[in-house]
Design a protein around this ligand. Sequence first.
Ligand SMILES: C[S@@+](CC[C@H](N)C(=O)[O-])C[C@H]1O[C@@H](n2cnc3c(N)ncnc32)[C@H](O)[C@@H]1O
Length: 217
Amino acid sequence: MISLFNFLKKKELNLKEIKKELGKEFILYKRLKRKLNQENIKLNKKNISIFNPGSEADIISPLLVLDACVDLKEEHNILLCFVDLKDLDIVIRERIKKTILNSSPKLNIKENYTDIRFKLKNSDITIRYIKKDALRFIDKMDCFDIYFERAFDIIRSDDKEYPQKILKKTNHIIFSDKPIANDTIIRKSGFKKIKLSKNLKNIGFYKEFSVLTRITT
Ligand SMILES: C[S@@+](CC[C@H](N)C(=O)[O-])C[C@H]1O[C@@H](n2cnc3c(N)ncnc32)[C@H](O)[C@@H]1O
């Protein structure tokens, strides 16, 4: 019989599995969390949205980045919007099972998207999987709090207007493993670049990891 305690138990990231997959990069996310704490970069909103284009089925890096800038022990409602061209909802569910839950979360299949919901620490997480071209879909999106991309530069590099759209639609933080614009454009768009150590720049595929935060007055 499943005990009530097990049923109510808050889920944590399966660090053993994550460390196995990320190898040495895992330690960098821990350092990133420390760095963001030092810089006082913490999102305290109840409802937080994240846009992750070209997500594939990588749930680990967006969740680690989220864990670095949001206190998941608080009760947040977090919507991670994953957009990719492939059929990935079932693959994503299996990845969640392996790295977080040890059981399969339910898929809530709607006409244009699939929601996969689970609890992480005390936060409610919804991964909304949308099978679309992210370069076009961005035009239909409302603003989001966090932008996260990994290994997406090659795809977005042909669309010269895409970086401006991201700078306009991101409310708080932009994480990318290749800078999305030069320093002048970043500043003019109301963002500042967080100075990262050489080590931290190694996060991601292109090893040019960058964190931009919106300047508030
Ligand atoms: C190199 S993979 C990166 C996957 C993941 N972000 C990671 O770091 O492991 C690039 C992904 O972008 C997707 N992709 C390519 N063009 C796209 C587009 N226009 N819109 C959304 N996704 C796209 C591909 O299907 C692929 O899953």
